[in-house]
Design a protein around this ligand. Structure first.
Ligand code: MN
Length: 203
């Protein structure tokens, strides 16, 4: 198996004006493609080449040390971006089941967004902010670089099943928002695909 760049479920301009066309195009065709290419090269002639991407990022402890960092970074990059594109869409609304669960964990939707924004803006350097589910508890965590909570606590420093995630690398927002990461984070709420988030929550 070789990994392939998944098609976006919308046009590059489909998330305007919140996520701009140029950023979306470069992010998908250059950054994500690069993770896919690098992962495929590193996986050539290894027994891991038939692992699904989610299987691979949960099996990094099996990977030989000379391939470990390149696979952690690039398979993480492929998994994270594949997840990310799917949780973006304009015009969806939060279902009541999800709303109740977020309220149970964070008191209110407003408070959930406030905490998410604060953790995201304070994350130092590149990485991701996630809403994860673990034992039916929802929490907000961040990971460094292209780590994913599915990699587990020993690698990613956190664990849980991602329900929602936001790319905090500058390549995700710098063209439009420059150093104002907070404005990018706030714009994110306009493009969350709550239908997909619900699917992630219940599956
Ligand atoms: Mn990215």
């Amino acid at each position: 198996m070789t990994y392939e760049l998944p098609q976006l479920p919308y046009e590059y301009h489909g998330l305007e004006p919140y996520f701009d066309t140029t950023t979306m195009t470069i992010h998908h065709t250059k950054h994500h493609q690069n993770y896919v290419n690098n992962a495929n090269i590193a996986l050539q002639y290894t027994k891991f080449s038939n692992y699904s991407i989610d299987n691979l990022i949960t099996s990094l402890h099996e990977v030989p040390s000379d391939k470990y960092m390149i696979l952690r970074n690039n398979c993480g990059g492929h998994a994270n971006h594949s997840f990310f594109w799917k949780i973006l869409k304009i015009g969806t609304t939060m279902d009541t089941v999800l709303k109740k669960n977020i309220e149970n964990n964070f008191d209110s939707i407003e408070n959930f967004k406030k905490i998410f924004e604060k953790i995201a803006v304070n994350h130092f350097g590149s990485g991701w902010v996630w809403l994860v589910k673990k034992n039916d508890i929802l929490s907000i965590v961040t990971t460094m670089n292209q780590d994913n909570p599915l990699m587990g606590i020993q690698i990613a420093g956190v664990s849980g099943k991602p329900i929602l995630g936001l790319d905090l690398w500058e390549h995700a927002y710098y063209l439009k928002y420059q150093n104002q990461r907070i404005n990018y984070i706030k714009s994110f709420w306009h493009v969350v695909n709550w239908d997909m988030v619900l699917e992630n929550f219940i599956s």
